[in-house]
Design a protein. Structure first.
Ligand SMILES: [Zn+2]
Length: 110
């Protein structure tokens, strides 16, 4: 039974927020509060629901889907150092090239 429940839960990615000034908050209570952004296809500001997790910066409040659309959220952690693009690929090529060279030398000796 619990397996079925687990299977039905959509898997959420880990979410990162790097934009300075924004904080995470949770809507609590029945006071009417609205998302700062309109969703696509809607011409009204949608309400933040009781218990909803949202982003806020001073008076701006943004629900998570709108924040993701606006590019405020990231699904990858920020790396401490900027890896040079292609570094991993270069190492992979070097390793596979080394393997090939060893096999060719072994075949040539015999
Ligand atoms: Zn929204």
């Amino acid at each position: 039974m619990s397996v079925d429940e687990t299977r039905n839960v959509p898997s959420l990615p880990r979410i990162f927020l790097f934009e300075p000034g924004w904080r995470i908050a949770r809507k609590s209570g029945s006071e009417r509060e609205f998302c700062y952004l309109m969703a696509p296809g809607q011409d009204f500001y949608h309400r933040l629901m009781d218990g909803e997790v949202f982003l806020h910066r001073s008076d701006e409040k943004i629900c998570l889907p709108c924040a993701a659309r606006r590019g405020l959220l990231s699904y990858d952690p920020k790396s401490l150092r900027d890896p040079a693009p292609g570094t991993n690929l270069a190492i992979d090529e070097l390793l596979s090239g080394f393997d090939v060279v060893v096999r060719e030398e072994g075949d040539g000796t015999r």
